[in-house]
Design a protein around this ligand. Structure first.
Ligand code: NOJ
Length: 586
């Protein structure tokens, strides 16, 4: 830690050029918090690292990552300082959606190893103080799950009611939009003369949660893993599990607001309370929801402590901000985070992420991937993520600043969602050149390339042929090189994780947005009891000045992605993508 203002590291510079000068007012949005002991939980204080298992580390040369590969990297995880791992699905599956189509929830896909390997991997994490979060994919199963195969055989089969069916003698079912299938959410099965429902791909039939037996199966699966020692569950697509089983016809164009029409069904809360009583409470685990409904009230109803349902959730509001190469404005970005923080200041808790396996890379979407600014802009984004309220979720490779790959032609895509979206765009008669440009930028395949460990062949990920091409930039962006470089994205990430863990103010402190309309610099404070820190983040590729009265009262610089910080009185001149956290004197 550096000791600073107003001594050594302050460089007093009188700026003759005030091109980017911003002189704005005081705090304009403040959120308070109740930081009492019942409010404090390990899953709020943790730093989560997400592992996409098939891309992390391959030890048997088949080109897919495996559990032994993670075991080999346990010390790496410990060195990162992270305290939780969420691993994407690794269950038996035909892998139409890379494991989000499960054919046996209690068995491991052989590609990843055995149950013993799983146990050794999880035990190894827990021995290092890292909790394990399991991905639970129970809105739908695979069409190769035994339940579905049986259900297809006849309407009299006991598994028929494990899924949603529309008997064909009633005619064609009312149209339902499918997120992955251009032809919609119903598919016909001849053997039982019925249509089955699928919110995602046709190989992912929706389970019928209205059937109590299905719910008991789900709890049984969760208990099976809880008994093995998993600490938490990430509930995939949970908001769609309860349905209006009359399946009404929704108005034209409704699919643009998918979660509103298809999510938060009539019995969702009953089911979640039941799940809480059956699994969450007795096994002392937590559950994080993928998605948080359509309104703040929905989100509160899901996660507030007195509801006894889920414990936390992540929303998607900022995902849309950078869906196109045109990008986003900083004020929109600030607004999203500020309004969610304000809404959850007193009750409830959220997880926050800027990237994951369903989005393209962090630095491409919110930073600057050019060789000149990739390092500092990723550091700036990691500073942001790790200094906000809400449990931070970091996606593998973002601790290095891994970037998108270039995939201009649809032929190279293997992802069921990319192929589905392509089909839908074609059916709508869209300009396919423009579509491909956007897909190339935002496809989730960008973020599934093999982890870049070193500059050896295939980035040290596999000795075989990688299932997905390694990003060409692995010779310069890799763990081995960054571990040696004190200024690397990786070393900055580790420092930032440690800073968060050492300073409760970064976990529980009230968030106050400053200088709200500044389109270049994001400034905010976090305050807890008598501790207060100031976070300054330059989101641009040029220097930018920020003037705030409280700068005169700053103390020690806690972290800085540059050597120095240029300040004069109540003004700071930030370098491109400079990110600093400074403690405040009282
Ligand atoms: C959300 C998951 O994150 C995504 O990867 C998957 O394709 C869908 N749910 C379907 O399970």
């Amino acid at each position: 830690m550096k000791s600073i203002l107003p001594t050594l590291l302050i460089i007093m510079i009188i700026m003759s050029c005030t091109k980017h000068k911003k002189t704005q007012g005081q705090a304009d949005v403040t959120s308070e918090i109740a930081s009492n002991d019942t409010f404090k939980k390990w899953w709020k204080e943790g730093v989560l690292y997400q592992i996409y298992p098939q891309s992390f580390n391959d030890t048997d040369g088949d080109g897919f990552g495996d559990f032994r590969g993670v075991i080999e990297k346990l010390d790496y995880l410990e060195r990162l300082g992270i305290t939780m791992v969420w691993m994407n699905p690794f269950f038996e599956s035909p892998l139409v959606d890379n494991g989000y189509d499960v054919s046996n929830y209690k068995a491991i896909h052989p590609r990843y190893g055995t149950m013993d390997d799983f146990q050794e991997m999880m035990d190894g994490m827990q021995a290092r103080g890292i909790k394990f979060v399991l991905d639970v994919v129970v809105n739908h199963s695979s069409n190769e799950h035994e339940w579905f195969k049986q259900a297809c055989s006849s309407r009299d089969n006991k598994y028929y009611n494990y899924y949603h069916w529309w008997p064909a003698e009633k005619g064609k079912p009312p149209h339902r939009h499918s997120l992955f299938d251009p032809e919609g959410g119903w598919d016909y099965v001849e053997s039982n003369n019925s249509y089955y429902l699928h919110t995602f791909a046709e190989e992912q039939p929706d389970l019928n949660w209205e059937n109590p037996k299905v719910r008991q199966e789900v709890y049984d699966i969760m208990k099976f893993w809880a008994k093995k020692g998993v600490n938490g569950f990430r509930m995939d697509a949970f908001q769609f599990v309860s349905k209006d089983t009359t399946f009404p016809q929704f108005p034209k164009g409704h699919e643009k607001d998918f979660a509103k029409w298809y999510g938060m069904g009539p019995h969702l809360h009953d089911y979640l309370k039941e799940m809480y009583n059956e699994v969450i409470e007795p096994y002392n685990v937590f559950a994080v929801a993928e998605g948080a409904g359509s309104t703040f009230q929905d989100a509160h109803d899901l996660v507030d402590a007195d509801r006894n349902e889920l414990q936390t959730a992540y929303h998607f509001d900022y995902v849309g901000l950078s869906r196109t190469p045109e990008g986003y404005t900083l004020s929109e970005f600030k607004e999203v985070f500020t309004k969610w923080d304000r809404e959850f200041a007193e009750e409830g808790w959220l997880a926050i992420f800027l990237s994951n396996h369903d989005n393209s890379r962090l630095v491409n979407r919110f930073g600057n991937p050019s060789p000149e600014f990739r390092r500092v802009s990723t550091q700036m984004l990691n500073t942001f993520l790790l200094s906000m309220r809400g449990t931070p979720y970091t996606y593998y490779g973002d601790e290095l600043g891994m970037t998108n790959i270039d995939m201009p032609s649809i032929e190279e895509y293997v992802d069921v969602s990319a192929i589905g979206e392509y089909g839908m765009a074609k059916a709508r008669g869209e300009d396919m050149e423009a579509f491909m440009k956007t897909l190339n930028y935002n496809s989730r395949e960008n973020a599934r390339t093999p982890m870049q460990w070193d500059d050896s062949q295939n980035a040290g990920f596999t000795t075989g042929i990688p299932w997905k091409r390694v990003n060409d930039n692995y010779t310069s962006i890799n763990v081995a090189a960054q571990e040696k470089d004190p200024n690397s994205v990786l070393n900055h990430f580790k420092k930032m994780v440690k800073l968060r863990k050492d300073n409760e103010v970064l976990v529980y402190g009230a968030y106050t947005l400053l200088d709200k309309d500044n389109e270049e610099v994001y400034s905010f404070t976090r305050t807890l009891d008598d501790q207060k820190v100031l976070v300054l983040l330059n989101f641009t590729d040029h220097e930018s000045e920020v003037t705030l009265p409280l700068i005169e009262n700053t103390g020690e610089i806690l972290i800085n992605n540059y050597e120095d910080l240029v300040t004069k009185a109540n003004t700071v001149n930030l370098k491109p993508y400079q990110a600093v956290i400074i403690s405040m004197n009282h």
